[in-house]
Design a protein around this ligand. Structure first.
Ligand code: TXA
Ligand code: MG
Length: 344
């Protein structure tokens, strides 16, 4: 395993070497603008299998194929509609994934047996060049053991993944910090299956309409089918018990968390920088600035990964308003708390 340090500048000749290893069936841990990914040749069944093994991921949870240009899309997807084209051109390259009809060249292991394939064109320069040099669509899930928070800083994931990959590329902290928005167009209407940096409002502006899947903020009911297999799995959760608390009224939220944490000897609050000073009964871990959702989105997974170091009896996490980027933050937090959610 070799680590390439591209935090300050990219050495393209070294990156080309890593791409060749990827093309030939190896695994490369690489940065994108959303989160780090574990990449493999998306057309090579054996290589893709290694991803599932490295992550301990369920076989029915499909992977996203990453492309570096529009020409690669016609290899893996077909029957693309006008609305789908419009969305791709509006949000690519960037933190946006679209579910398309797959061609027969895409192995079933990538799509979990579905006849659709998830496709994304990342904007991160390292990711783009890695895909371009490898000359194949790159299958890449978030870099984390399944169930753990996605990796947004190399230091957070090095221990759990370094023995499982051939190359590691350090690109510094990821810009967005949350995985891409996943959309499937049904009867010409985009349905958001996973919220991200590209917001419902932005999608509506391009397509004229948008539907937010109800599982985004609500528990999956095992009797009903889900549009995206990833929705039904435990996600982002620390080992400690976490409770999400939210009120539009900031004072009420702080009072509630103080009232609840009084009952525990060793509680931890994950909160915005501004509120940290108000928690008298608990330790605090800050996740960003309340008025700047981008800062919270960037830090949230790294904060969740620190929780267990405190060995707390319980963790209270401050919620945010669930609109715009806040919808994506709340989607991850609700799942990290396994739907333990108090709204007042
Ligand atoms: O930002 C991202 O999307 C990152 C970076 C590395 O690009 N990747 C990522 O991949 O988050 P992963 O595997 O952790 O999440 C992919 C999500 C899962 O929830 C999966 O169920 C869903 O996309 N998905 C993949 N293919 C699908 C399909 N054909 N239909 C519905 N959902 C699909
Ligand atoms: Mg993931």
């Amino acid at each position: 395993m070799e680590i390439l340090d591209f935090k300050n500048s990219i050495e393209y000749s070294k990156l080309e070497k890593a791409s060749k290893v990827l093309k030939k069936g190896g695994l490369v841990l690489f940065p994108t603008e959303t989160v780090y990914g574990i990449g493999a040749n998306g057309l090579d069944i054996h290589a893709v299998k290694k991803i599932f093994l490295a992550k301990g991921r369920k076989q029915d949870n499909p992977l996203i194929l990453h492309v570096s240009d529009f020409d690669m899309i016609s290899v893996i997807a077909c029957n693309i509609t006008e609305i789908e084209k419009k969305l791709m051109h509006a949000f690519w390259p960037g933190p946006f994934t679209i579910i398309l009809n797959k061609t027969s060249i895409v192995p079933n292991i990538v799509t979990g047996g579905l006849d659709t394939v998830a496709v994304r064109m990342p904007s991160n320069k390292i990711a783009q060049a890695l895909i371009k040099y490898s000359e194949v669509p790159v299958a890449a899930p978030s870099a984390n053991i399944s169930g753990k928070p996605s990796g947004t800083l190399l230091d957070d994931i090095l221990d759990e993944l370094q023995d499982k990959v051939d190359y590691i590329i350090d690109g510094g902290p990821c810009d967005v910090g949350l995985e891409s928005t996943v959309v499937r167009v049904i009867n010409n209407v985009p349905h958001i299956l996973r919220p991200g940096k590209i917001t419902p409002e932005q999608i509506k502006q391009v397509a004229g309409d948008v539907v937010i899947d109800k599982h985004i903020l609500h528990k999956f009911n095992s009797e009903k089918p889900v549009l995206s297999p990833g929705m039904k799995y435990r996600h982002y959760a620390p080992d400690s018990k976490c409770v999400l608390v939210y009120s539009v009224d900031n004072n009420k939220m702080v009072d509630k968390i103080n009232e609840l944490s009084k009952n525990y000897k060793n509680s931890l609050v994950i909160c915005c920088n501004e509120n940290s000073k108000y928690y008298s009964y608990a330790k605090t871990l800050t996740y960003g600035i309340k008025s700047n959702l981008e800062s919270i989105s960037k830090n949230i997974f790294s904060s969740l990964r620190k929780v267990d170091n405190y060995n707390p009896d319980i963790v209270f996490i401050e919620g945010v308003e669930s609109s715009g980027l806040g919808l994506a933050i709340m989607n991850r937090l609700i799942r990290a708390c396994e739907y333990n959610y108090i709204e007042i």
